[in-house]
Design a protein around this ligand. Structure first.
Ligand code: IPD
Ligand code: CA
Ligand code: CA
Length: 286
């Protein structure tokens, strides 16, 4: 745990959270204005893993804005990293010890974005000595801005968010995602889906990990799990979940940290039940 006494939320009079909010809003409005108008579509690790020039442009805009305000801070963005889990883990390890590290997904939900399916987001987190202290997820399609500060709660347009009261899996609406890795991660998550689906009200696959976490924080989802994600998918959303009273761990119920790739995030009440189902189905990926 970061020492609350020593955590600063500003530097030279500039609020980290204000910069995160302004930057996410600007980038979100820009990507929304370009919806349906991308000109370059490249595949990364496979045809399930897409990137457009809008992803790259959004990241450049975000990086420039943040580093203009805080030139001494470190920056980790998806599009600045060689694709694939090994390179992602190494890129994180290289900067994880930075005092202040911004972790950014310039479009979370690129597949949706490419198909003009309006469920995608901009995810911006700031970690202080490895612990997330600011998390902002912006959904430009609905103009919904989800904001959390460590120890200060999580808010949607200024209104405090709370997790859902659902007490059991049978009362729950969950979300998951279908991993881009087809060899190991996808079959693993399909085992999880097969085991979880009969036990819950239903399961969604919205296609944006950051928004799924924001929806857990807002009480719209009882929980969410997925395997083989990256730090930029999860960092901002992890704080939203924690600060709204929820729980976020790896799929074996160990505490979340920036290196966790297999995630379970819930309202807390159904956490153990969900972890147990995934474990029994050999679906933790760990
Ligand atoms: C993806 C989204 C999706 C999840 C994938 C992620 P991207 O991020 O979060 O919901 O299922 O695993 O890679 O590639 O659109 O930034
Ligand atoms: Ca992502
Ligand atoms: Ca992305």
């Amino acid at each position: 745990m970061a020492d609350q006494v020593n955590v600063h939320f500003s530097s030279s009079g500039k609020s980290f959270t204000a910069v995160a909010i302004n930057t996410a809003s600007k980038a979100g409005e820009w990507i929304k204005s370009k919806l349906g108008a991308y000109t370059t579509l490249d595949v990364k690790t496979s045809h399930h893993d897409l990137v457009t020039e809008i992803d790259r442009g959004s990241e450049t805009m975000i990086k420039n804005l943040i580093l203009t305000h805080f030139p001494d801070h470190s920056f980790l963005g998806e599009e600045g990293v060689v694709p694939g889990p090994m390179a992602s883990a190494k890129a994180l390890a290289d900067v994880q010890d930075a005092e202040y590290l911004w972790i950014v997904d310039p479009i979370d939900g690129t597949t949706n974005y490419v198909h003009s399916y309006p469920f995608y987001s901009v995810s911006i987190a700031l970690a202080y000595k490895g612990e997330v202290i600011v998390g902002v997820v912006y959904d430009p399609s609905r103009d919904e801005l989800f904001v959390a500060e460590k120890g200060k709660g999580a808010y949607l347009h200024g209104k405090k968010m709370h997790i859902s009261p659902d007490a059991t899996l049978s009362q729950s609406l969950l979300a998951t995602g279908f991993p881009t890795d087809q060899a190991i991660a996808l079959p693993t998550n399909m085992r999880g889906l097969q085991a979880v689906a009969p036990k819950v009200r239903n399961v969604r696959n919205g296609g944006s990990a950051a928004l799924h976490l924001a929806y857990v924080a807002a009480g719209r989802l009882s929980g969410y799990w997925e395997i083989n994600l990256n730090s930029w998918d999860l960092a901002a959303g992890s704080l939203l979940v924690e600060e709204s009273g929820g729980q976020i761990t790896d799929t074996r119920n160990h505490p979340y940290n920036l290196a966790v790739r297999n995630i379970v995030a819930t309202n807390g009440y159904i956490h153990q039940e969900l972890v147990d189902v995934l474990d029994q189905a050999d679906a933790t990926g760990l």
